[in-house]
Design a protein around this ligand. Structure first.
Ligand code: AMP
Length: 547
């Protein structure tokens, strides 16, 4: 296994194989099995572009050949920052095919996050789009080229900048590497396939190494629980495919694993969603709190036919019971809650659970091999019904981060359980998320590390101290509120902080959306800032603002 990652213990790995959780194939094999079974079925749709399974695997092989010619080698890392598109899928699989490890950055990430990922992975390649939503990634790539000595090749979808390579040209060029050449590059199924970014608490994102074996199982099993089957699953991808949720839970890869079609939406408005559901006969949508809140508040386009829709899933943050009930009524489908993490464990409500469970619980593990415990601060199991921290291990939950032994010590127990940092109750096998142990803000599924933003705000010359906490928000669930103590005599407002943070080149979703200037923080007898009190103040402010 790639150096810097921890493999599952041998006896555990043997058991996962024997019991069929690991099928010892690569993600590329998984796709090919669908392609052999149904070469002419449509695998991907985006706008007017439609691609069959046979066309998809051909395009992947051609690009894989080109990437070998460019000098990419197995276990090289590539920072992968493409927006949702068919070319995203082709490029991702071309890398997987030859054992190069894509590190999935979000389109929202900027210089701070991307340079951190390069420093951490020593990636040799950077895949970007020319531009997207008004941002020019070629300029970012040029900047990164100056900062990251490991970076050799920048591949641009669209027109490349000076010294950059056109990924679009490579995709169009005929003729690929011979099958034998590709075969020699094929990775082992227990090797790291890709790296996801954690929505972690401690500063910049940690890297989660997912193997072929574990991720194949992740995609297939979550697809099975979502009711994906070989008779026409049509999945609608709305959120960034670089997120674990839309990539493989079950997501686009789950749809492909089950021989279905993944339709990529150009935007997330209810009009677009309704039009695509009708035109493509969409059966499953993976959504998130802010999208669902907006859709429920918009008028559902009455003339559209939603009869194909079976499942509307919510993931990334909890959806309130009343809204879940309204989803079922409004869209005539089954609501499915998905509570999971990029580190592995996925919990889902089942489609045939009684309404009470579907509407209130956070689901239960998707695999019989998932081991979960709900523990107190000493690591002892709490009784059913009591709140404790959720810890887990299993056939698709990683045993370490990439190259981060110190972070591993905090995040994993000595017997290999991952500490999710979520406070939950377990009742009759179902989990109920009650809160969090970690200082993290969940903005409709996007995670904001309080520590990271605080560190940046502290570098502002007018700021003496800062504490960033979550405040409730009707659409996003939570947003960031910054409490600041200015240096003596200074005045500061939200716009100044926002402009300053944008200048720090971080993703925009991390910016505080409310600023409270205070003279001191509430402090515990032990000298710690009482974040809980500040959260209450922030919540009160919001209530006040609505009054
Ligand atoms: P990430 O690894 O970025 O996907 O974030 C995982 C975290 O998101 C979990 O540990 C939870 O805190 C939160 N989360 C994800 N889905 C849900 C959900 N359905 N309900 C409550 N929290 C969720």
């Amino acid at each position: 296994m790639l150096q810097g990652c921890t493999a599952w213990p041998e006896d555990v790995a043997r058991r996962y194989r024997q019991q069929g959780f690991w099928s010892d194939i690569t993600l590329n094999d998984m796709l090919r099995q669908s392609a052999v079974a149904r070469p002419d079925s449509i695998a991907l749709v985006h706008g007017t572009r439609r691609m069959s399974y046979a066309q998809l695997v051909n395009a992947i092989d051609r690009l894989a050949g080109r990437l070998i010619e460019l000098g990419f080698k197995p276990l090289d890392r590539v920072v992968f920052q493409l927006p949702n598109s068919i070319d995203f899928v082709i490029a991702l699989f071309a890398l997987l095919r030859i054992g190069v490890i894509p590190v999935l950055a979000l389109p929202a990430h900027r210089r701070e996050e991307i340079s951190h990922i390069f420093a951490h992975t020593k990636a040799t390649g950077y895949f970007v789009a020319e531009q997207w939503r008004g941002f020019d990634y070629r300029a970012l790539a040029a900047e990164i080229s100056g900062l990251a000595p490991s970076l050799r090749s920048v591949l641009v979808l669209g027109a490349p900048g000076p010294g950059q390579i056109s990924l679009s040209d490579l995709l169009e060029r005929d003729g690929g590497a011979p099958a034998e050449a590709l075969a020699t590059f094929a990775p082992a199924p227990d090797e790291v396939a890709l790296m996801l970014l954690s929505g972690g608490t401690t500063g910049l994102p940690k890297l989660i190494p997912r193997t072929h074996n574990d991720y194949v199982y992740n995609c297939r099993q979550s697809g099975t629980v979502a009711g994906f089957n070989n008779t026409g699953t049509v999945f609608l991808a709305l959120l960034p495919m670089a997120h674990n949720y839309t990539l493989g839970c079950p997501g686009v890869l789950g749809a492909l694993a089950h021989g279905g079609t993944a339709v990529i939406a150009p935007d997330t408005t209810i009009e677009t969603v309704a039009q695509l559901v009708e035109a493509e006969r969409v059966s499953v949508i993976s959504a998130a709190v802010p999208l669902i809140v907006n859709w429920l508040n918009a008028n559902r386009p009455q003339h559209r036919d939603f009869s194909s829709l079976r499942v509307m899933m919510n993931g990334g943050a909890k959806l309130a019971p009343e809204l879940r009930r309204r989803v079922e009524l409004r869209f005539g489908c089954t609501f499915q809650e998905s509570f999971g993490t990029g580190e592995g464990l996925l919990n889902m409500t089942r489609r045939d659970d009684p309404a009470e469970i579907r509407f209130t619980s956070s689901g239960r593990p998707i695999s019989p091999a998932d081991e979960i415990r709900v523990v107190d601060e000493q690591g002892n199991d709490v009784p059913d019904g009591a709140v404790g921290e959720l810890i887990c291990r299993g056939p698709y939950t990683v045993r370490s981060y990439y190259n981060a032994p110190e972070k591993d010590r905090a995040a994993f127990t000595s017997d290999g359980f991952y500490r999710m940092g979520d406070m939950v109750r377990r009742i009759d096998g179902n989990l109920y998320v009650e809160g969090r142990l970690k200082d993290i803000i969940n903005r409709g599924g996007e995670k904001i590390s309080c520590e990271e933003v605080e560190n940046l705000i502290l570098s502002h010359p007018k700021i003496k101290n800062v504490c960033v906490v979550a405040m409730p928000d009707e659409t996003f669930g939570e947003k960031a509120c910054a409490f600041v103590i200015p240096v003596d005599g200074a005045t500061i407002d939200l716009d100044e902080i926002k402009t300053f943070l944008l200048g720090c080149n971080i993703a925009k979703f991390k910016l505080p959306e409310r600023l409270a200037v205070v003279q001191q923080f509430p402090i515990s007898p032990a000298g710690k800032i009482l974040r809980r009190e500040l959260r209450q103040v922030a919540a009160g402010k919001v209530a006040g603002a609505h009054a």
